[in-house]
Design a binder for this molecule. Structure first.
Ligand code: HH2
Length: 287
């Protein structure tokens, strides 16, 4: 799939090269309670080791999350999020060259993470706090805007849409416009349909099936199906560790639809999936 975006996205503190197609973002949750890797990387040395492994395995971005957003998760105080994320970022920037994104909805956490050396903001509330847009604009960093219905506490109680694709797309385009109005250029804005965030299995499948509608906008698309519950439902796998092949199928289809970044836990495995899907889909831009 050809897109109109330039192959190289370069900003003051980072660079992403999309010339081979879709890139892999590796997930690093520095939390005790994330649905898949919760508790594994709360220890800073273990977190750094895992990030280095993901970079060696071929992750183009490392996404650091100091607050779980799994269904029902409680919010984590800002100071605690900073305490979890900042030392890991400070240590990592000395060791890896790939950009680091901070997965937070909180302005203070994002600002401190950028000060520590993070290069991208991943905001799963897509500017619920409007200061996020000003921050990304001032610091001239890319921002990921994700759709969620409700909050992590409530989102899976009764997700409800008349037309999930139209509604999610409308929301994201409106937020992306706001980001542009705050001074963030189009090429630094990524939109993400928010797989699993206030969505039933059918909603998630419909969004992935219609991903081309998101791809055919002015913005690059990021998707995060990795190990999520809808895969567990379909494959009858209760344990998130057993959802790797299901994830591979979802990732391949996202790549075929033209996603620019897939956010995954299993970097080595998904890099092979992405490379193969990129090759079949001729996902490159010869600009
Ligand atoms: N999914 C999760 C967290 N952050 N960010 C974006 N942009 N897109 C996603 O799909 C997305 C995200 C949830 O996964 P995970 O981080 O593994 O779990 P938890 O929220 O429990 O920490």
């Amino acid at each position: 799939m050809k897109t109109n975006h330039p192959n190289i996205l370069e900003w003051s503190t980072g660079r992403l090269d999309f010339s081979a197609g879709c890139l892999v973002m590796g997930v690093l949750n520095v939390t005790p309670d994330s649905f898949s890797d919760g508790g594994k990387f709360l220890d800073q040395d273990k977190a750094i080791e895992q990030a280095l492994k993901m970079a060696t395995d071929g992750a183009a971005i490392i996404d650091i999350g100091p607050e779980s957003t799994r269904p029902g998760a409680k919010t984590v105080p800002v100071a605690e999020q900073i305490r979890r994320a900042v030392p890991v970022i400070e240590a990592l920037v000395k060791k890896v060259t790939v950009p680091i994104s901070i997965d937070t909805t909180n302005y203070e956490v994002a600002a401190d993470a950028l000060d520590a050396g993070a290069n991208i903001i991943n905001d799963i509330t897509a500017l619920a706090d409007e200061r996020m847009a000003a921050l990304a604009s001032e610091r001239q960093v890319p921002i990921i805007l994700m759709h969620m219905q409700g909050t992590p506490r409530t989102m899976q109680i009764e997700p409800n849409y008349k037309d999930v694709v139209a509604e999610v797309l409308h929301f994201l385009l409106e937020r992306a416009k706001r980001a542009e109005q705050a001074g963030i250029p189009k090429e630094r804005i990524f939109i993400d349909p928010g797989i699993g965030f206030g969505k039933t299995t059918e909603h998630n499948l419909t969004l992935i099936r219609n991903l081309d509608k998101f791809v055919n906008t002015d913005y690059r698309v990021l998707v995060g199906p990795s190990r999520k519950r809808f895969i567990g439902r379909i494959t009858d796998k209760e344990n998130a560790d057993d959802r790797i092949f299901g994830t591979a199928a979802a990732v391949a289809l996202c790549v075929a639809a033209g996603a620019s970044i897939v956010r995954v836990h299993d970097v080595a495995e998904m890099l092979d999936v992405v490379k193969t899907a990129n090759a079949v889909a001729e996902n490159k831009n010869d600009d």
